[in-house]
Design a protein around this ligand. Structure first.
Ligand code: TYD
Length: 136
């Protein structure tokens, strides 16, 4: 798995004059089963989130409201996504460093993950990450 596997995925959008509807199915729209959902909200202006990698976790990040930037890197190359629509999301494969910033006020970031929370799956030290991917 590599940075090239991390991509913007367009989700189904059922347009209706009563309001639009979007859905996500594990192993259909995204390449893993969803075992956990969490969200970031009430993010104060100027705050950054993320700054870690996961050893085995697959994730899918959707901007449910407002906007923010998602920066991904594999230790060699970077990709930046500006997310501001709830019918798009970014798939993040394991062993990718992620960083979230530029949160607009009132923004909500929803993340779907392939496993329950496990601190042992995190790589929180940048040097450890660069060593693990052979970039240092
Ligand atoms: P963390 O993943 O480090 O947040 P971010 O990368 O967005 O800055 O998580 C922040 C804290 O929340 C950390 O103490 C772990 C805890 N946490 C859980 O208990 N369960 C979860 O599902 C998540 C994502 C975090």
């Amino acid at each position: 798995m590599a940075l090239s596997d991390c991509k913007l995925i367009e989700l189904p959008k059922i347009e209706d004059r009563r309001g639009n509807l979007t859905f996500v199915e594990g192993q259909n729209h995204i390449p893993f089963d969803i075992k956990r959902v969490y969200y970031l909200y009430d993010v104060p202006g100027g705050a950054d989130r993320g700054e870690h990698a996961h050893k085995d976790l697959h994730q899918f990040v959707i901007c449910m409201s407002g906007s923010f930037d998602l920066l991904l890197d594999d230790g060699f190359q970077k990709k930046r996504f500006h997310l501001n629509r709830s019918y798009y999301g970014v798939y993040i494969c394991p062993m990718i460093w992620r960083y979230l910033d530029n949160f607009s006020s009132g923004s909500v970031c929803r993340v779907m993950a392939s496993a329950p929370y496990d601190e042992a799956d995190y790589i929180r030290d940048r040097q450890d990450f660069l060593q693990a991917v052979g970039a240092q």
